[in-house]
Design a protein around this ligand. Structure first.
Ligand code: ATP
Length: 214
């Protein structure tokens, strides 16, 4: 068994997220991939729409793939959403033997050394870092060292051990960001091709993002 976790604000979930989620499912042969919407971000502005609306959009976006799950644990904690706490909780629940794999885009890794207990993330999970169009690999020195020391180039090593490794995945990611999507929606536009149709419909039905300050 191997479980993937994909954390993010998902404000809103878009086709760029789904593309890498599907690729990860296949590449890592995951038993399950849990999308974990962030409730109270520690290092960025609050999302523009509520946790419940973001989670509802996620549920719609992932409903065709039974191995995708929306994991609402961060809203239940009622405190700042630290990834280390989420990984520790999931590790506790699944026991020590199976692989737990946390996915993140390369843009996020640039500032990972600001995260709470960032070096200890590997005590609970492996990290898989995904390329993002338009982002180059300029990590701070301590992050660069940390990646070099813990890096593997073997998928089977990830699958065979529970935690502790970093894998850099070169995928054909899509050049889509939630910032761009919000920009279109705020102006009352339709983000066709950037969002699943069900998410676009939910946005329109619930009048989300329109006229909000970016
Ligand atoms: P924003 O523009 O608001 O920062 P975002 O598009 O980066 O949003 P998030 O929900 O913040 O989306 O991202 C969740 C995770 O998904 C992060 O690890 C991020 O790097 C990754 N990610 C987001 N979009 C893509 C994409 N198009 N390709 C690869 N990874 C992505």
């Amino acid at each position: 068994m191997s479980i993937g976790l994909f954390g993010g604000t998902f404000d809103p979930v878009h086709n760029g997220h789904l593309k890498i989620a599907f690729e990860m499912l296949r590449l890592l042969n995951l038993t399950e991939l849990r999308f974990v919407p962030c409730a109270i971000p520690a290092h960025r502005n609050s999302p523009l729409v509520s946790f419940e609306d973001r989670a509802a959009m996620l549920e719609l976006a992932i409903k065709t793939e039974p191995r995708f799950v929306c994991d609402r644990r961060e809203i239940l904690r009622m405190t700042t959403s630290y990834t280390i706490d989420t990984l520790a909780e999931v590790r506790e629940e699944m026991g020590g033997n199976s692989a737990l794999i946390f996915l993140m885009g390369i843009d996020v890794v640039e500032a990972i050394n600001k995260w709470k207990s960032w070096r200890s993330l590997l005590n609970f999970a492996h990290l898989v870092i995904v390329d993002r169009p338009g982002w180059s690999c300029q990590f701070p020195t301590d992050v660069d060292e940390w990646i070099k020391v813990n890096r593997t180039i073997s998928i089977s090593e990830l699958q065979k051990s529970p935690c502790g490794l970093i894998y850099l995945a070169s995928l054909s990611a899509l050049d889509i960001s939630a910032t761009d999507v919000r920009g279109i929606l705020c102006r009352g536009g339709v983000a066709q091709d950037l969002l699943p149709a069900s998410v676009q419909e939910f946005v329109i039905e619930n009048n989300l993002y329109v006229d909000l300050e970016m």
